[in-house]
Design a protein. Structure first.
Length: 287
């Protein structure tokens, strides 16, 4: 194979680009070839898909040169079909960028993480921020590419802050000091975390707040106060676990501590039962 290519003097990358250029008028007449950057540019509605030629070039390099035209033709036809399908789906679903949302979730398993559009959230990645196509579930990287969704992270966060957060209800329990942020049936209430400053209980919170996420539709907050940390934490933990167990949209039964716009997981001493102050907060929290 290498001998045949060397004898012909053909460079796979140059030949593949030439073959793509020759086939575009018949297989993808609206597409363009960015030869300098090795990209096939396919229009998808008002957007466009930039498809690298690297994969097809590598595939051609593994077979005799006589097979290159067939390989390139099949590849180009497949890409054109994908774009046609994406156009049809975008027409059916509407403006996809407007339907993107973020959802704060327990950390996703590594195997699933590789497929989803998600990023770690909180200190040490205790949670994940997952991108959701509203009404269609979590957005995978493959799906995002197929539908040619540009910058999904920015759109999802902006949409959630603008369209979802104002619809949440905030209630305060005078007896327990717990503030509840909720919206029955919404899977996005946990996404108050990136904007938690807007939902803090009234009054100063110099040490931050304890946070529980028993349901995707409910977030519980209580200020951290000197002399009452352990009692408040145990009470909120118990309430969170109970809510988690009976929820039809369970999220997380752990307890968290939000301070200085960062989120930390909270544990309790095995024998003392006291709250373990997160290492990053020990210097600042002294009571």
């Amino acid at each position: 194979m290498e001998t045949e290519q060397a004898a012909s003097g053909a460079a796979p990358a140059d030949e593949v680009r030439a073959l793509v250029a020759a086939l575009l008028p018949s297989l993808a007449p609206h597409a363009m070839l960015d030869a300098d950057n090795g990209l096939l540019v396919l229009p998808v509605g008002t957007a466009h898909a930039d498809i690298s030629l690297d994969a097809i070039t590598a595939a051609c390099a593994r077979v005799p040169q006589a097979a290159w035209p067939g390989r390139v033709e099949a590849w180009l036809a497949a890409k054109a079909a994908q774009v046609t399908a994406a156009l049809a789906e975008r027409d059916r679903l509407g403006v996809l960028e407007e339907r993107l949302r973020v959802q704060i979730t327990p950390r996703v398993a590594d195997a699933e993480r590789a497929e989803l559009m998600c990023t770690p959230y909180g200190d040490g990645g205790v949670l994940d921020m997952v991108i959701v196509l509203d009404g269609r579930g979590r957005l995978t990287r493959q799906r995002s590419g197929q539908l040619v969704i540009h910058d999904p992270e920015s759109h999802a966060l902006a949409n959630t802050l603008r369209d979802e957060l104002p619809s949440f209800t905030v209630t305060d329990d005078a007896d327990t000091g717990v503030r509840t942020v909720s919206k029955p049936g919404s899977p996005y209430v946990t996404s108050v975390l990136p904007a938690l400053q807007r939902f803090l209980p009234p009054g100063p919170c110099p040490y931050g707040v304890l946070v529980a996420l028993p349901r995707y539709s409910e977030v519980l907050l209580t200020p951290v106060a000197p002399g009452a940390l352990d009692e408040a934490a145990r009470a909120l933990q118990e309430r969170a676990r109970l809510g988690f167990c009976v929820a039809d949209d369970p999220c997380d039964d752990r307890l968290f501590w939000w301070a200085d716009e960062k989120l930390y997981a909270v544990g309790f001493g095995r024998f003392s039962g006291r709250v373990k102050v997160p290492g990053a907060l020990r210097a600042a929290v002294r009571f």
